[in-house]
Design a protein around this ligand. Sequence first.
Ligand code: NAD
Ligand code: NA
Length: 398
Amino acid sequence: MIIQPRTRGFICLTAHPDGAAQHIKNQIEYVKSKGKIADGPKKVLVIGASTGFGIASRISAAFGSDAATIGVFFEKPATEGKLGTAGWYNTAAFEKEAQAAGLYAKSINGDAFSDEIKQQTIELIKKDLGQVDLVVYSLASPRRTHPKTGVQHASVLKPIEKPFTDKTVDFHTGVVSDITINPVELEDDINNTVAVMGGEDWKFWIEDLKAAGVLAEGVKTVAYSYIGPELTYPIYRNGTIGRAKDNLEATVPAINALLADINGVSYVSVNKALVTQSSSAIPVVPLYISLLYKVMKEKGIHEGTIEQMQRLFAERLYNNSDLQLDEKGRIRVDDLEMREDVQQEVAELWKKATTENLEEISDIQGYRNDFFQLFGFNFDEIDYEKDTNEVVPVPSIG
Ligand code: NAD
Ligand code: NA
């Protein structure tokens, strides 16, 4: 079929398999261009492995360190007449490239919050790898069915104490307007968001993997967090999602205790703000990102997800010397985003930003480009008028 982008708000309903494959190829090329990661991971489990930071982590491990990878995700397969989701096509392309490079790669498509998928993953590790030496936890989801209680938790993106009013942008049209987001009315909203995006499921994974004996001596595990600038605090770090991130970060000591007898260690890495399917859903943040991109590109310090994850692996997790952590024990690869000169310039642009000057003072074009590339669109190499086969299997799944 002819596959073109079709959007509804911050969601793109279509995805292009050849474009997704190009996206994966570009990321692999980048990782290869940086050379091998010294003493990198060898057997890696990535939970949330199909898009965003997760696929970039998987590519960094595989092509930066020749790692065997198992990826867990929740995507829609491609079938006759029905497009698969972007993460499906990403994985199809990744597995194909991994196979061609002689690297083990298998995937599991299902609800990572469930006990069943955890057990299925454990069986696969036992059968094929024996143990894993790195577990990346990169889930981002709007909901979670709790495996012990059966309760369905839905996360919300809201401030906590008072209404928050600030600028936001519709990144399709470039219209900048004020938005007011009312605070949570019920403590339940906070609890539900923590249940979905907090650290409990990460801990459940590590508990199950440990009990099954599939974690190697010296195993590392990392989960991803975000802080960002003060201007997004009300909606992000001090909002419901921030409470979930606080909870995720507070899970580190408990996981370290679980791993102590096998000399394992857990980390939270605070990553840079980037265009992903998850971040485009957060009000206010897309305008911040488009100003941030402008400033960071001008300074020559812009990074995408693959640059971030390659650097996390090569210069933080596997740097062979003392790992620098912040006062709360976190890895920081948002260091360039949070640089004072960067934040000051973004704050000045923020005050000025209007619909009229947006194209000029921000990198809204770069935002849009990244957004469409998440779904395999906007690649020069791809002919989007061409009839394309929508049925692309993930080799290990079918
Ligand atoms: P993303 O939406 O691109 O990726 C989410 C992944 O989770 C996908 O692989 C998806 O298939 C998987 N997933 C979702 N629900 C699932 C389920 N029930 N079972 C199995 N898999 C499921 O998101 P992302 O932006 O890469 O986010 C990953 C992590 O990075 C999150 O913790 C996020 O908060 C964090 N982070 C994001 C940013 C940013 O700017 N995007 C910045 C810092 C940290
Ligand atoms: Na991810």
